[in-house]
Design a protein around this ligand. Structure first.
Ligand code: GAL
Length: 446
């Protein structure tokens, strides 16, 4: 058993992040305008999103950032100052007014730009204007920057070229002295998961999401990263999930977060079961949970999905993303078993995802669930279904069924007192607590 004082010495070195701007120690949560509104944004769209989030109490669930995406500018920079010019018709009171309003409502305010000559909507991008734009954002009271990859002037193709381009904005944001969450939108090109951690809080790992469960689309031609080609757009939820799974090991509380793109829950392209699956999978893979729907017109059903506190708690737990233990072909898709080891050494999350076209019945074995934690294979757990709240006592194996296009997800809490009191469990818990303390102290200092 490692003595606690020794842990205290080694933990800070184990726990510190390469890049730490004081935010993003858990995946960010909020709302972004793009999935629902695209370029059709204006002051009242953003303010009514913020007011609705306030009325619905979404901050209490963790939804903190309100992010305005592309298309808020005029097509030309100011000819004298070189600054971005906000479209006065859409934003008659300017951006500072907007950010003040968002702040008054208790939220943080995010904006968008591109590490290119233009944004994807062909408005001026920040390539070559990093310091000026970062200062403009800071002056406007911006707390979050989503930074895209369009019109990058050929400055991509390898990790060094891409990371240098994104580093410039990271340094410029830091130089403003304002805490600004830095969210890369580099679509998973140039292995962003290898270097995103050194300069940002999160990084998109695929092309744009499309509000479909698993529809194939030529605009999103790759089914996995083996096809090292165009990441594209109009990627279905299952397409993104399958790409993100092997990358999970590249993200965590000390690295930063793989961003699977904003959520589509509430936009109407999937069934309720499919949206529950979408929300659960994004949560267990520790993707940012950024809503992308029409908040003022959200249904009760969709509200219940996005406010499932147990699912959000897995996402916000101070631990790493889920690991897929197995994947089996079934009619029309796959059945997958995923396990999250949570910060509490005696709690696990077990998820079954059926992307196939018919209900699947199966036996789930502890030898699979605890493949990586053999000490628990003989232990007893209480399993609580996080969508129905039903509980069951389980040991060694259990039988269940998963509907088509659905998830089942349980929290497994150890009930075996012998294992719970063993020394190694206490040690694991201590490491986590020391890491949390280290992060919190570093946050206070910065
Ligand atoms: C894409 C990006 C989308 C959205 C859009 C705006 O490149 O992936 O999330 O920001 O640009 O034009």
């Amino acid at each position: 058993m490692i003595p606690i004082p020794l842990l205290a010495l080694v933990a800070p070195a184990l726990c510190l992040k390469a890049f730490d701007n004081g935010v993003g120690h858990t995946p960010q949560m909020g709302w972004n305008s793009w999935n629902k509104y695209g370029c059709n944004i204006n002051e009242s769209v953003i303010i009514s999103a913020a007011e609705t989030m306030n009325q619905l109490g979404l901050l209490q669930y963790g939804y903190e950032y309100i992010v305005m995406d592309d298309c808020y500018q005029l097509k030309e920079r100011d000819s004298e100052t070189g600054k971005i010019v906000v479209d006065p018709q859409r934003f008659p009171n300017g951006i500072k007014y907007l950010s003040d309003r968002v702040h008054q409502l208790g939220f943080k305010f995010g904006m968008y730009s591109s590490a290119g000559k233009f944004t994807c909507g062909r408005y001026p991008g920040s390539l070559g204007y990093e310091e000026l734009d970062a200062q403009t954002f800071a002056d406007w009271g911006v707390d979050y920057l989503k930074y895209d990859n369009c019109f990058n002037e050929g400055m991509s193709g390898n990790e060094k070229i891409s990371s240098d381009r994104y580093l410039k904005m990271s340094q410029a944001l830091n130089a403003t002295g304002r805490t600004i969450f830095y969210s890369l939108c580099q679509w998973g090109e140039d292995n962003v998961w290898n270097w995103g951690t050194t300069l940002s809080n999160s990084w998109r790992v695929t092309g744009d999401i499309y509000d479909s469960f698993n529809r194939y689309d030529d605009r999103c031609p790759c089914e996995s990263f083996d096809c090292a080609g165009i990441q594209g757009n109009s990627c279905s939820m299952v397409n993104i999930f399958e790409k993100a799974i092997p990358l999970a090991q590249k993200s965590g509380p000390f690295e930063g977060w793989n961003d699977l793109d904003s959520l589509e829950v509430g936009n109407g392209g999937m069934t309720t079961n499919e949206y529950k699956a979408h929300f659960t999978l994004w949560a267990i893979l520790k993707s940012p949970l950024v809503l992308g729907n029409d908040l003022p017109r959200m249904s009760q059903t969709d509200f219940a999905i996005i406010t499932n506190k147990d699912i959000i708690a897995i996402n916000q737990d101070f631990s790493s993303p889920a690991v897929r233990v197995w994947k089996r072909a079934v009619k029309g898709g796959h059945l997958s078993l995923l396990v999250n080891k949570l910060a509490d050494p005696y709690v696990f999350t077990v998820t079954l995802f059926n992307s196939g076209d018919r209900k699947e019945r199966l036996e789930v074995k502890f030898s699979d669930i605890f493949f990586d934690h053999p000490g628990f294979q003989e232990s007893s757990f209480t399993a609580r279904d996080l969508w129905t709240n039903e509980t069951m006592d389980v040991k060694q194996r259990f039988f269940t069924a998963v509907n088509k296009h659905s998830v089942k997800v349980w929290n497994f809490v150890l009930t075996d007192t012998v294992a719970a009191n063993s020394g190694w469990g206490a040690n694991l818990r201590s490491i986590w607590h020391l890491c949390v303390d280290t992060i919190l102290v570093s946050k206070q200092i910065s």
